[in-house]
Write a new protein. Sequence first.
Length: 401
Amino acid sequence: MEFVNEFYPTFWWIPAGILAAALAIKLPSIIRLWSDPMLRAVGGLLLLACAVFVFLAPSTIVRINRLTGVANFSGPWVYSLLTAFCACCLLLIITWRNGLSDRSARTRRAMRGVMAVYSCVIAAMWVLFALADVPEERLWDLDTYYANTPYMREMILLYLLAHTVAVLVTNVLVWNWIRTDGLDSLLRWGLKFLGVGYALQLVFDAAKLTAVGARWAGGNLDWLSTAVAPPIACLSAILIAVGFIFPHAGQYLHGRWHVRLACHELRPLYLLMRTVNGGGVPFLLRATPELRLVRRETFIRDALLPLARYIDEERRERSHDAAVALGHPPDRARALAFTVAILDAIDARNHRREDDGTESRDATELLREIGAVSRALRDTDGIREVRARMEARTDGHSLAG
């Protein structure tokens, strides 16, 4: 118990801080996409979970009790928040599982049932607390200390059973969903975090019920409630928060990664076109990665359009044949051929006047290949081999003629 007395006062701020950080990370998306009810629901759930841990902190319990002037007022208050959190988890899983567009009678009936049952549970807890005689303030062992007190005993049992049922149902729904075919990998991982988190909630309930049951039997296993259950609750809350955030955050990071990768892949061609155009894209400090990618693509295409008139189609075809002869796959051979053609076009343009009458060419295919061409520019050995093979075949044909 000495360990609990030293550690417990600050313990609950750990998950509260993590949940608050998760909410802060999610908040910009919630504000930007406020019309999305799923995002609002996730934000509300994280806020409610954070509130549970804030009000579980002994310092907060003392303040609430002093503010209301009622000893142990924080007990039913925290139990109500925890029960509301369970109900919200059930509602969110039902909505998430069935889809926002599902307005079937079965789904509406399930959601109304959850709200009605858990509203009655919260109301019943307050009635039982009002009838109970609990004059001595308890900061961390309220469940076990008053386990045999009339009405308080029923209130404690009611909140634990309501929590257990909600967690059990949610756990079954989550694991059944995980086994569904065709799930997105990010969503599946998010559900796995949720499944483990809710499984730990069942361990939390088992520890609490065992400690309370021991009191009913005349024993004392309070350490299960005060030393075992708190860290389990902390870890469970973190996993549940990760489970709800992971699919959205993973999708966001996945998209950002692809944008940055595309921008990085275009860098060689972008630098080459800067030598052609004598300029570049102005750097904007506040520009998003998506905007930088669009600006880079636009710059490259704008530089390639006038350069396309200097591309020798015959030499490009011979470069393609040479790349194929060297064993490159078709897509790679086409990219290498375009790369050699662009480099030759730059040399040709530098030795001609802009108004020399060279006709413009259709650059549609070239503009579609800018990503592959930019990647091919990194392969200087491959470009050199294609050029050498093309020149050797050209010289061979010349000698044969």
